[in-house]
Design a protein around this ligand. Sequence first.
Ligand code: ARG
Length: 686
Amino acid sequence: MGIFESMNILAQLQRYFREALADLAGAQLDAARLDEFADMVRPSQDRKFGDYQANFAMPLGKLLGRPAREVATQIVERLNAGINPSSLDPLPQGARGAEIGDMCLPPEIAGPGFINLRLRDDWIVRQVMDAAADPRLGIAPVASPRTYIIDYSAPNVAKPMHVGHIRSTVIGAALYNTLKYLGHTVISDNHIGDWGTQFGMILFGYKHFLNREAYEQNRVAELGRNYRLVNRLVSYFEGKERLPVLGLRIQQQEAAIARDEPAASGDQKAEKMLRQARRSLDETRNELSELQAALMAFESDKTLSAAAAEYPNIGSRVLEETAKLHAGDIENRRLWEQFLPACRREIEDLYQRLDVRFDETLGESQYEHLLAGAVQQLLERKIARTSEGAAAVFFDDTPDASPFLVQKKDGAFLYATTDLATIQYRMNRWHPDAILYVVDHRQSLHFEQLFKTVRIWLGLEHVELMHISFGTVLGDDGKPFKTRSGDTVGLSGLLDEAVSRALAIVSQNDDAKPGGPELPAIQRREVAEAVGIGAIKYADLSQNRTSDYVFSYDKMLAMNGNTATYMQYAYARVRSIFAKGQADLGSISIADTPITIDQPAERALALELLRFGETLAAVVADYRPNHLTNYLFALANRLSTFYERCHVLRAETPELKRSRLALCHLTAGTLQLGLKLLGIKVVEKM
Ligand code: ARG
């Protein structure tokens, strides 16, 4: 196996540089600065400049008051002198120390002080052969595993899952798989919403709008219909209350603009403020007109407006139903117990289709008995205080921020209270090193306040608490993805649509094969399922998670580009070459096959293969699966260039053919494993 714990070339090079930096300027640089400069060793953007490049000479020179080139020269001297392995941090078990000279050709200095590194071909070959022989493809488990809890998916189960849930589910699962593959202890806990206002809504709906026959036939569908109906009614009344608020805001914004306009002309700063004010005004006007349209649509629906007339105080009645459930009301409790299994089965079906499993599904209801105690502790320790009958945590360092409410004045506990109790429970049960929450960005303030509070309450100095936030899924219009009727898009319909489009593409492709179609109908359907669902997952994971993205079936199912389809196709293509080549390969195992990388395309492919380790490290360093999608895309592209330039089955010699087949084999394995970590399946033929 490789030299350091995982074949992580980048980390290894950074380590050498850190040593050289410490030797050169250890007196002037503290550990954090040393890391910062060492981190400036990166893969080269342009292969002309070698494989990796160190770009710190300029800032370091400035800091030391010496010319950058001179600093670079001195670093290179130290690198060339070889680094005594015993001066490095102790190596993980089984690893052996090495000199940079084993790994790289002598570094070169370019321009004002860039240090360019080129890996030695013999070193690359040795590493690639090691990886090919290793069932873990060169990725050794970490030397010191941590315990992670990942809180993801977590839908409110009283309502159907929608497109918004795809992100948490898919990103969470990818992080779970990757951390686990790297050898960490990982617990996935699906913190489902099974106790909140949504249940008040279906309780109210059940009592007033139930279609008994429909309920007997399909509980979830009928509960879902009730949920949507009650929710629309509640939103309607909320909207009506918002109307005058928006009207007033528009008046105020108009007045402010009229006041500032005359004096603004010529004054750049004032003009800028004015432009901003006009933009805000536009936004408020848009919001108002959208709200008006929604209210009008509601009112023109006879059934809806009749229901609204009948239940004008539906909002508070829903809250009452929720409060009764929480207070142990026999009927509501009995109904809740009746609803819950059906709701959970519904989400289970989706998870099965998405191939996502959880170690635990401890919903909000599980923590009910801990909430009063938690609030009591917070009050006793004066972390929270009562204000107007409610209990809340106030943050002195951010006096303007809204307080973190843990108990309402009617005695009800909140989402926040449950999350506090959940952390306490998780700490007691698993003693994790990290708890990760994959939840959309609108909950940022909640998590910020939750973490602050829990750190005061329970300490947890050494525990990493992290909100892994993500943006919104948008439609073509740039607004949150909705169906034509304005509903959020159900997740299950979304998957069906992707699979049916995938089936059309797969069939068309298969029909067009030169030797005639290869796939029987049943296999086409299997392939379509893998391709369709893979496309949705990949489209999501390949985004920088914090940005919004536009949902587009056409883009995500494209055969070319950064899509799952392209990667699945690349995989199937290698497998088919392999199937053809297998006879010739005989009984000789790939592991013992000598590999050569004389052609640039071979070398580029081999080097890319070796970057898998640093990629997985990057994914878990900032919890971004898109490092992995970018990597797989680059790998698939290297493979395609390799095919163009190098014959595999018609290679010049039998040895070369075997070498190339071995490269293909490792590439297929890496694509397959990478996609698997992302939760995406491959197919042997498509
Ligand atoms: N059920 C919540 C929602 O749909 C998400 C829960 C996230 N996890 C947590 N521990 N707060 O908004």
